[in-house]
Design a binder for this molecule. Structure first.
Ligand SMILES: *[C@@H]1O[C@H](CO)[C@@H](O)[C@H](O)[C@H]1NC(C)=O
Ligand SMILES: *[C@@H]1O[C@H](CO)[C@@H](O)[C@H](O)[C@H]1NC(C)=O
Length: 708
């Protein structure tokens, strides 16, 4: 009892009795009528929790979903819908109308970035004396009617070459070393590159560095498809508006000029084009010189050929049509009831190189099914605790442009309010579940996949087959910048997930990526699509509804420890990892404290007086903002847009480190500078990572670090 009431002035029996009665009535009233606190119910996810009931309802809405998803996919892929073309607007309108039909609030956002299309191209083979041997058709063998855009490399500059060809294998440093050993140089020649090992833009840039004047690239996936793709370098987003949104048309809004160094660095210096495997083989078979190494020959019947150069000549011309084009992001919004200013963001891009049945509209169809189910929950009276945003991005294929411009434009709001970004690009390209995530969401991924049935095996959960197949669970860490999570994670420090079925797509960026392929090979019964919608939706619901955010930083600390051990094996003695190791211990301790606090909540030890709505929000903010602490304000050296020092792509596309990008860059550079300077650079980057981890630990603890 509070001391005030026991003071001598109020010692009479009567007063005490009245007080006791009032207290009793108050307690009775309070116990009977107070609103049950989500902090008691949500962490234990009891049966009576209305949110948990809504989540079960969400999962129960799968009957017939495969047919609905198939119908969406058929509509979405009726025509090719390259970003910036009229057909792209039709697909945008389709998504918008289905968000609306589902009962979601809809919004759109337009931008005007620099896109790149093919204006003209030619390729022919000439004898050493200059006589025409053959003029190649550059259309896709699998697309005789040429309904899709001709195969090209977006952002390849205009240019031409008349020169002997050299076969450079996969175009990696090691392949050029092999050519060096044979005494062959690509200088002044057209490089013929086989795709499939690393990023195509990097292969073009390397060929330029080695002195090639143009690149002809081919893949061997078969079926007569030719892989399109962009070759932009060093980053994502509109190259003319790095760090801010591409608003307004030409002449309206700030844009860098083409002569600006920052813009020039984004494009390869030499032109390139993709060709059919048969076209490349016809050129390669005319080459003399040292024999083609076995690895470069596989599947090509080049037994008698050399790597060149020549003696034949290749006549290459390419003309780019580079222009500002309108793109449109489409959003479906469900405002949160208790915390409308906290965002759980689900995103998928909509634009496609061709028909896009795998890439990306398998994801779009799944997203429309998530919208349908959420709409049903809404009509039954449910509202999420936090705001859910479904995003349909444009111009991802040109460099994650739609999502990047949006993140840049909303950086302030996202920085303070985005709980997580859940990406699905190619939802289905075959069997087998794969996931990427920032590590605090590992446990949530396990919990959710345990609740969802495997689409291909009876009586198994997705989790069970995930454990048993593909060599066991391995969660990728999203250091690559090849889908729309890039701006969220690498620039804004928002925790992210990426989900898909099937390891790789055999129809990647070709005209064969159509509904027919999906129906025949990718997902004949569309059950995998349904599973993606279930996993994606339930992840979103848990993040939107759980009273305490389902984040575990213990797995983050464990993963950082693994990264540090792997790094240690690569470093020489001069570099100390002591500070990183110590900061990981701090993060582990902080994560344990948080874990204990959550468990106390679960056991109901902490009542609302100690853990009310405001305190819970503060607690969740610690969980949400810990990821932000991995950002360095000034960004990575030489590419300041990338700010995350744990997960971002390394500068050198061939670098094998998929974490600590600043350290990876310093290690790559260390070959070029004196060893003392190199050690100092690496050590500096190690310290930067250690400090970032320390910041995350104290953000997680939620109080300022004082000296003892
Ligand atoms: C190379 O191709 C271009 C474009 O087709 C053509 O104009 C030019 O005459 C060709 N050059 C030679 C030497 O055949
Ligand atoms: C949906 O699944 C059912 C049950 O497996 C199957 O019979 C049906 O053909 C599927 N629908 C589509 C469009 O694949």
């Amino acid at each position: 009892m509070p001391p005030f009431f026991t003071s001598k002035r109020f010692k009479t029996q009567a007063l005490l009795s009245v007080f006791l009665l009032v207290s009793f009535l108050f307690l009775l009233f309070y116990t009977l009528y107070r609103i049950p606190s989500p902090s008691h119910t949500a962490p234990s996810r009891s049966r009576n929790d209305p949110a948990a009931a809504a989540h079960r309802r969400f999962l129960s809405l799968s009957a017939g979903a495969n047919a609905t998803i198939a119908a969406h996919l058929r509509e979405l892929t009726r025509n090719p819908h390259l970003a910036g073309t009229p057909a792209a607007s039709t697909v945008a309108a389709y998504v918008l109308s289905h968000f609306r039909v589902a009962g979601l609030e809809t919004l759109t956002r337009e931008y005007f970035p620099l896109l790149s299309y093919p204006a003209a191209a030619s390729l022919s083979l000439l004898s050493a004396g200059g006589d025409l041997i053959k003029a190649f058709s550059l259309s896709e063998p699998a697309d005789p009617e040429a309904r899709t855009v001709p195969p090209y490399h977006a952002y390849s500059p205009t240019g031409s070459a008349l020169a002997p060809a050299v076969y450079v294998g996969y175009g990696r440093e090691e392949d050029y070393n092999e050519l060096d050993r044979m005494g062959v140089s690509v200088r002044g020649c057209v490089a013929v590159v086989r795709s499939g090992r690393g990023y195509r833009g990097a292969a073009v840039e390397r060929a330029a560095l080695k002195g090639a004047t143009a690149v002809v690239m081919f893949g061997t996936s078969g079926g007569g498809g030719v892989e399109r793709g962009m070759v932009m370098l060093r980053g994502v987003g509109d190259p003319l508006t790095p760090g801010w949104a591409a608003e307004g048309g030409a002449g309206e809004g700030e844009r860098l000029g083409f002569e600006d160094e920052e813009v020039r660095r984004r494009f390869p210096p030499i032109p390139s084009m993709p060709v059919a495997a048969a076209t490349a083989a016809e050129i390669l078979r005319t080459l003399g010189g040292p024999a083609v190494p076995r690895e470069w020959r596989e599947g090509l019947r080049l037994d008698a050929s050399g790597v060149g150069p020549g003696p034949t000549l290749v006549n290459f011309t390419y003309q780019e049509d580079r222009r500002l084009a309108k793109i449109q992001n489409v959003f479906g919004l469900i405002m949160g009831r208790e915390e409308p200013d906290r965002f759980v963001i689900l995103g998928n891009h909509r634009d496609a190189w061709t028909y896009g049945a795998v890439d990306p509209n398998s994801g779009t169809a799944a997203m429309l099914d998530v919208a349908r189910r959420l709409g049903i929950l809404l009509r039954s009276g449910w509202r999420p605790r936090r705001t859910i945003v479904l995003c349909s991005w444009d111009a991802e294929e040109f460099g994650m442009i739609g999502s990047t411009e949006w993140v840049e434009q909303n950086l302030g709001n996202l920085g303070f309010k985005a709980v997580a970004y859940l990406n699905v690009d190619c939802a289905v390209q075959g069997p087998g579940f794969f996931a990427g995530a920032t590590p605090q969401m590992d446990d949530l991924l396990f919990e959710v996949t345990k609740q969802i049935k495997d689409p291909d095996l009876e009586h198994k959960s997705v989790y069970e087959t995930w454990v048993e197949e593909n060599g066991g669970i391995s969660i990728e860490r999203l250091a690559r910048a090849d889908s729309d999570f890039s701006a969220f994670l690498h620039h804004a420090g928002v925790s992210a997930v990426d989900l898909y079925f099937g390891k790789a797509s055999p129809v990647y960026h070709t005209t064969l990526d159509s509904f027919i392929w999906m129906e025949k090979h990718g997902d004949p019964l569309f059950h995998r699509h349904v599973t993606v919608a279930e996993i994606w939706g339930l992840l979103g619901l848990r993040l939107a509804d759980d009273a305490v955010l389902p984040f575990s930083y213990l797995s983050y600390a464990g993963q950082l420890q693994d990264h540090t051990s792997a790094l240690g094996a690569l470093l020489d003695d001069g570099v100390s990892l002591q500070l990183i190791n110590r900061s990981i211990l701090e993060l582990t301790a902080a994560a344990n404290e948080v874990q204990e606090a959550v468990e106390k909540l679960r056991e109901g030890e902490t009542d609302d007086d100690h853990f009310g709505e405001l305190q819970r929000r503060a607690f969740n903010d610690r969980l949400m903002l810990a990821e932000r602490c991995f950002l360095e304000e000034e960004g990575l050296k030489r590419r300041r847009w990338f700010k995350h020092v744990v997960y971002a792509p390394p500068e050198d596309y061939e670098c094998k480190l998929s974490f600590f990008p600043g350290i990876a860059d310093a290690l790559s550079q260390s070959k070029k500078i004196s060893s003392m300077e190199a050690t100092r650079e690496v050590q500096h980057e190690v310290w930067r990572v250690a400090r970032a981890i320390q910041r995350a630990a104290s953000a997680l603890r939620g109080h300022i670090a004082w000296s003892k």
